[in-house]
Design a protein around this ligand. Structure first.
Ligand SMILES: [Zn+2]
Length: 152
C-alpha cells in the first residue's frame, strides 16, 4: 500500500537525497533562497542539502521539464546543467546567457526574495515580461515558491 510508483524513489528514506543526487544543487538553491529570506540559522535539511519541500520542488521541476519539453534528463546539457554562478550573476543584473530552467530559477528567486514585479525581473534579467511570465509559470507549475516562503 505504498504510494504511487512514480514517487517510489522518495519512499526509500533520506539516504537517496544527498549531495550525490543529480538535483542536489537545485534543491539546495531553492532552500537557501527561502531560508535566507526567512531567517538565518538554517540546519541544512535532508542530506544537509535542502528541506523536504525543496527536494520535492526540485524533483517535480525536473519531471515537469522532461514532460514539458519532451527531453530526457540525460540528453541536452542545456536542460541538465544548472549553472548556479550564472543564475547568481543574472540575479545581480549581469548579462548572462541562461537556459530556460536557469531563467525560471532566477526569476522565481528574484520574485520571492526581492519581491520584484514581472517587469522589474524582466529588466534585471535583460529580457521581456512575457519571457518572465513563462519562466515563473514553469517555476510555479510544480510547487508554489511563495507557499514555500510563507508556510515553511
Ligand atoms: Zn527548503
Amino acid at each position: 500500500m505504498e504510494g504511487v510508483e512514480m514517487t517510489d524513489h522518495r519512499n526509500h528514506g533520506h539516504g537517496y537525497l544527498s549531495w550525490s543526487h543529480p538535483l542536489a544543487r537545485v534543491a539546495n538553491r531553492h532552500c537557501r533562497a527561502h531560508n535566507e529570506y526567512r531567517r538565518s540559522g538554517w540546519a541544512g535539511g535532508i542530506g544537509s542539502v535542502a528541506c523536504g519541500a525543496c527536494w520535492e520542488w526540485a524533483i517535480r521541476d525536473d519531471e515537469r521539464v522532461v514532460i514539458e519539453y519532451g527531453v530526457s534528463r540525460h540528453q541536452g546539457p542545456d536542460i541538465d546543467v544548472v549553472d548556479e554562478i550564472a543564475i547568481e550573476r543574472a540575479c545581480r543584473g549581469e548579462q548572462v546567457r541562461l537556459t530556460r530552467v536557469e531563467r525560471s530559477i532566477a526569476a522565481a528567486q528574484l520574485r520571492d526574495s526581492e519581491n520584484l514585479t514581472d517587469y522589474q525581473i524582466a529588466h534585471r534579467l535583460h529580457t521581456n515580461s512575457e519571457v518572465v511570465r513563462q519562466a515563473l509559470a514553469l517555476a510555479d507549475a510544480t510547487t508554489a515558491a511563495t507557499d514555500l516562503a510563507e508556510v515553511a
